[in-house]
Design a protein around this ligand. Sequence first.
Ligand code: TPP
Length: 405
Amino acid sequence: MDARDVRPVFRSGPGLVEKAARWLIEAKSPVFIVGPEISRGNANRAMIALAEKLGVPVCQEDDLFCDFPTTHPLYLGSYDTRRFPKTPVDLIVNFGAKIGRVTRGAKLVHVSTDSDSIGRIGEVDLPVLAHVSTFIDDLSNAIDGLITADRLSRTRSERTAATTAYTAQLRQAREESLRFQFDQAPMSWDRVGHELEKVLDKNAVIVPELGPTAGNKVLGYLSQGIDAKLRIGRTTGSALGWGLGAAFGAQLALPDRQLVSILGDGGILFGQTEAFWSISRYDAPMLIVVMNNYSYNETRSRNLSAGGRQFQTGRELTSYLGDPKVDFSKIAEGYSIKGEKVKTPADLVAGLQRALKTMKDGRPYLLDVEVAPDSIMGDSTWHPNFSISQLGKRRKNGSWADGKA
Ligand SMILES: Cc1ncc(C[n+]2csc(CCOP(=O)(O)OP(=O)(O)O)c2C)c(N)n1
């Protein structure tokens, strides 16, 4: 049984649906925001149909799942980071995401089954307590009753053309970014994403535990959505320490799908390597990719971006992880999991082939991939020279080994 089938499904009152439908028809530059309630509510296909029917661009927030296909010409990525095709956004319809800031001056419709999240962060012009799937259906029907097929077709083609041209530009920019750093070592995050996309199954399951900036550079290359790769994570709370165990659970639940756990060296060091035991013991044939930049890049960026003392002195206190330089393939080996250290793009291409072969034979494989330090002062190796043994007075005064307290 699918757990989604036992969730309550309820609809909003007709007045709200009609109001939203009118706003959508009148808007010059509407945007849809999608969140996890779309995937949880099994409304992915209905969401695609509605966006296509109206030619409305779609943004993904609350990045827990991929709720809209990333390769769709109407898909814009995160709302926060996007500039929009020429006309300023004048209407946002949020389908089941817990969003923060949105454009000032734009009307906001928020549809959710969670009454507590509606209007919690920002002002909402039209709060709708409803299951997203019912609201999408009702909205689509209401639009048919308000506008002629001819006018709908004209609106759709104008909007679709503008967004399609824009997303084509975004794709081209990504391609240029990839080519620009194509052969560099340590590798660009883009190159890792590109190589993974080339060899992974079209319907692989990806469990990423990656920060938003560099992480999105990898994930941006992986085609995700209802008919492509299934993505689970990062969690909406962003806490580290769950990715490997969650990936193992997903592999157990979906033994016929290729499973890829992608996590940072910082993330895996949050007490996760014990999951290797279960992965090995129960033959989970999954790929584990550690994006190893010997750094907590996300916190480094946060610590330095305000330009305070750590930035001015060039001494960032907490984020350098390269002392000791952990080789995660050796930790995996301790659990009888094969793996290797990857330093160059050629290593990655060959390593992925060995990984796929091992997975086909029913065993897990780990790639510890050295990637570019991708943040402000990312190549700094400075860290406080702190040693507990140096703190001890007994060692210093020579009384350590004489048995006296
Ligand atoms: C339990 C927990 N503690 C601390 C943090 C703060 N934090 C956010 S990102 C990050 C560093 C992650 O490092 P890594 O996984 O190597 O990824 P990178 O930032 O280098 O891409 C930390 C410590 C957190 N998110 N969760």
